[in-house]
Design a protein around this ligand. Structure first.
Ligand code: FAD
Length: 301
């Protein structure tokens, strides 16, 4: 921490509106203490890498809020690979995920999604738990987690829960986490068979260091004669929460992937996503680009 005079000067020079001395920080040494402190202080904000929270704090919006600093919870760091999948600690950073050998090999869409987050400085600090709990519609890890059908494990004084990733999101920046409940692990199973096709496409204003206008992840398994055994596709940034394409998947699964079927699937996309106009893009652009991503994937282009 800066000495008091230093912090004040920094605050003035940097134009921060967050009060550097008004922040109360709870610093648990382990998960059990974190859960206890959070249940005693349900108004506290869990603090992981701080790349989302500190932006809000700098704007002055979080003045006088208590922080629950998770950074000393070594049990919640790291990634454990098993035969069936990976167990990712909520404090695992995007950098750790994008370079983990088992994730690169068996869950490459997740590695690619994490490698597309912000700049390298953000990826070194930003965590997967923070990305999920922040629940931005543009969270880049979500479409990959959705097609890999990840589970989020939570803990609170009331006990533990395990939620499919899609059930964790309740709206723009809203989650199904209850007061006093923390994310303690994210489990992602390896697909039983490697997919025949897979894609991760993030489209923003620039090639890098950009927030998504749309971000899609897809897995496709094909059988004899080009029949679709299974399609899993999800888009982010085109609805309040990440969306699996239920209508598209239902139309395609079990059928031969003809040009006609691909067009029917693309027409059904409007049933699955509901993009809006906002500062980053327009409803129409997001719809057209998302449809192009889906069409190219199904056509094997
Ligand atoms: C310049 C910049 C660029 C960015 N670019 C991208 C991008 O391209 N794509 C993208 O998806 N995101 C981007 N982000 C957002 C951010 O970096 C990510 O969402 C990051 O993963 C957040 O993780 P964190 O550890 O920093 O979270 P924090 O800021 O510490 O916390 C975020 C939220 O999660 C809660 N939280 C954290 N851990 C837990 C837990 N274990 N249990 C319950 N709640 C918890 C916090 O209370 C808070 O509400 C960007 C941010 C910045 C500042």
């Amino acid at each position: 921490m800066f000495p008091k005079e230093h912090s004040l000067r920094f605050a003035q020079l940097g134009g921060m509106r967050g009060d550097p001395f008004g922040m109360k920080v709870l610093r648990p040494a382990g998960p059990a203490e974190a859960v206890r402190l959070y249940s005693q202080n349900p108004e506290a904000l869990p603090l992981a890498g701080g790349t989302d929270l500190m932006v809000a704090w700098n704007s002055g919006r979080l003045n006088s809020r208590t922080m629950l600093d998770l950074s000393r919870l070594k049990e919640w760091r790291g990634i454990e690979a098993t035969q069936d999948g990976v167990r990712i600690g909520p404090l695992a950073t995007h950098c750790e995920i994008e370079s983990h050998p088992a994730i690169l090999k068996r869950l490459p869409l997740l590695a690619e999604a994490c490698s597309s987050v912000g700049a390298v400085q953000i990826r070194h600090r930003g965590t997967i738990g923070g990305n999920i709990a922040n629940a931005s519609p543009a969270g880049d890890s979500f479409p990959a987690l959705a097609v890999y059908e990840a589970f989020v494990h939570t803990v609170s004084q009331e006990g533990r829960r395990s939620l499919p990733i899609l059930e964790l999101f309740a709206g723009v920046k809203k989650t199904a986490l209850k007061p006093g409940e923390l994310i303690e692990r994210i489990d992602v199973r390896f697909p039983a068979e490697p997919p025949d096709r897979q894609v991760l496409r993030k489209v923003g204003s620039r090639q890098a260091q950009t927030l998504s206008k749309t971000v899609g992840a897809g897995l496709l398994w094909l059988g004899r004669g080009g029949v679709v055994l299974e399609l899993r596709f999800a888009f982010g940034s085109v609805a309040p929460t990440v969306k699996r394409l239920k209508a598209v998947e239902a139309a395609v699964n079990g059928r031969k992937l003809t040009a006609e079927l691909i067009e029917r699937a693309c027409a059904l996309l409007a049933e699955d996503i509901s993009p809006i106009d906002d500062i980053r893009s327009t409803r129409q652009y997001r719809m057209v680009v998302s449809r192009n991503i889906l069409r190219a994937f199904l056509a094997g282009a």
